[in-house]
Design a protein around this ligand. Structure first.
Ligand code: F6R
Length: 246
């Protein structure tokens, strides 16, 4: 795993957008799995601006959803669906045939997991997985204690995820479960980028990147990924100590 630290959120976002563009330029048929959430917002905005200015072609890419809140409809502004549609797919003019997201409203969530597992498999795996990190160290909805050998699954959300998740919703919303690609997808992706920004993520980043790899801290698994890259702004990296100088 490599760690790269940038002065601020803007420079981090510029570089994260560069990584996505580099992936698509080197493999136009890339399978991309890009997280929702606050952290990658500016990355996607810059991606859209550059895509327009430089005619970057995403038309052969496949987009696979990382996760979704269970029982939250895709037209709810707090859903991952809604976020990705507004911040990524619409600005990049991605055709709906290229997009495969979890349906958090599915009556058969196990079948939904199987559908996404099959989809990833049939597309030959994920080329680039770009994830954020939760305040409890989760990746997607792989909550603390998630198994590294698991593909897509339904997870009971822990209290941190349930309360922090309220920030995406305009009114108090019951968040009990999430449906998510698994840590096995993360470890098997050809390239994995973990993005973190802000002082509030500093402690979780310190534990993930310096304490022993531990399933209680899913983000620590990036250290097992041969092509893992942790991209941090200076605030998120502020507690890393000597490891940051490497
Ligand atoms: C979103 C997702 C989550 C977030 C994480 C960080 O698709 O998978 O794991 O990446 O909770 O969220 P932010 O970026 O809002 O701090």
């Amino acid at each position: 795993m490599t760690i790269r630290i940038f002065n601020d959120y803007h420079i981090l976002s510029v570089n994260a957008a560069n990584e996505i563009i580099a992936a698509v330029s080197s493999r136009p048929k890339s399978v991309l799995c890009l997280a929702a959430g606050d952290t990658p917002k500016e990355t996607y905005q810059l991606l859209a601006e550059r895509s327009r200015a430089e005619n970057i072609d995403f038309s052969q890419c496949t987009f696979v959803g990382l996760d979704e809140w269970v029982s939250i409809a895709s037209d709810n502004p707090g859903s991952c669906h809604f976020f990705l549609r507004e911040h990524l797919f619409k600005p990049l003019n991605i055709d709906s045939a290229q997009i495969h997201l979890f349906d958090g409203m599915s009556r058969d969530l196990d079948a939904e997991c199987e559908r996404m597992n099959r989809l990833v498999r049939d597309h030959g795996g994920i080329d680039l997985m770009l994830v954020g990190v939760g305040m409890n160290g989760h990746i997607g909805f792989n909550e603390p204690g998630a198994r590294a050998d698991q593909y897509a699954h339904v997870a009971d959300l822990d209290s941190t995820t349930r309360s922090v998740g309220q920030k995406y919703f305009s009114q108090s919303t019951e968040l009990r479960q999430g449906i998510t690609l698994g840590l096995k997808h993360f470890l098997e992706s050809r390239r994995a980028i973990l993005l973190a920004s802000g002082a509030k993520k500093a402690e979780v980043i310190r534990i993930a990147l310096t304490a022993p790899v531990n399933p209680e801290m899913p983000a620590s698994l990036i250290r097992l990924h041969p092509q893992g890259l942790a991209m941090l702004d200076a605030d998120a990296a502020s507690l890393l100590g000597p490891i940051a100088a490497r």
